[in-house]
Design a protein around this ligand. Structure first.
Ligand code: PLP
Length: 242
């Protein structure tokens, strides 16, 4: 491991941490309410390992094919010399035929967006004897290119999920449209929070949803101000290589 990768990462981590703390202070939130997921999809195995060694426990990836090598190197062996087991978050669109690869390795699924996927995850999880914490992905912005459910479909979808006992629906996830001004994403994040609160008030699920997965490199401070409990940071935190 070259020290330069680690040094550069350490600097970025400190800068991000300062900004997270400032956003928490601005919105009267406690720093402990906000979890950082280091999204390693744009970086090499070496960089991903360095991030984990620097204490970034939560790692996010979009595709199993791209994540496989990193998962095996960081979590695949019994020995975890660096202490602090990595916790993997699947944040990309998940194909049903990849469920068998992903479930059991990735603890959290952020992209639950259809019943067939939920059923496949539930089936695999029950085979493994585990419960999978999931976020339902909502397309708040209504952009064609974005995955996720229409907000109107959410109550019916959550009702169907109640049947699946190996899933635990812990919150909602969204991606804001790419904006040059982070401030423009605020209504999207606010809407996701309102949706979550409304679902909880209506008690559609037996357990309240406590989590909100929202905010990326360009807009995480606004997301924190609007209640994010998980921010997903790639470029700004671990960088973008190749
Ligand atoms: C790539 C990706 C991220 C991280 O993106 P950055 O802008 O590089 O921080 C976060 N969430 C999802 C769903 C992604 O696909």
């Amino acid at each position: 491991m070259t020290t330069t990768i680690k040094e550069a990462l350490q600097e970025r981590l400190e800068e991000v941490e300062r900004r997270v703390v400032a956003a928490c202070e601005l919105s009267g939130r406690s720093r402990e309410e906000v979890n950082i997921i280091a999204v390693t999809k744009y970086v090499s195995l070496e960089t991903a390992q360095a991030a984990h060694q620097l204490g970034l426990r939560h790692l996010g990836e979009n595709r199993w094919q791209d994540a496989k090598e990193k998962w095996e190197a960081i979590s695949g062996s019994e020995i975890d010399e660096d202490g602090g087991q990595a916790v993997w978050h699947f944040i990309g669109s998940l194909q049903t035929n990849k469920v068998k690869d992903v479930i059991g390795k990735f603890t959290y699924i952020h992209s639950l967006d259809r019943l067939s996927l939920a059923q496949a995850i539930d089936k695999r999880a029950s085979q493994l004897g585990i419960t999978v914490p999931c976020f339902v992905q909502v397309n708040v912005s209504g952009e064609q290119s974005k995955h996720g459910l229409d907000p109107e479909q959410l109550p019916a979808f959550l009702t169907e999920l109640k049947e699946l006992s190996s899933l635990r629906i812990i919150g909602l996830m969204t991606m804001a449209p790419y904006e040059t001004e982070a401030e423009e994403t605020r209504p999207i994040f606010r809407s996701l929070r309102k949706l979550r609160d409304e679902m909880n008030e209506r008690a559609i699920l037996p357990e309240s949803m406590t989590e909100l997965s929202m905010g990326m490199s360009g807009d995480f401070e606004v997301a924190i101000e609007e209640g994010a409990t998980w921010i997903r940071l790639g470029t700004i935190l671990v960088g973008k290589e190749g």
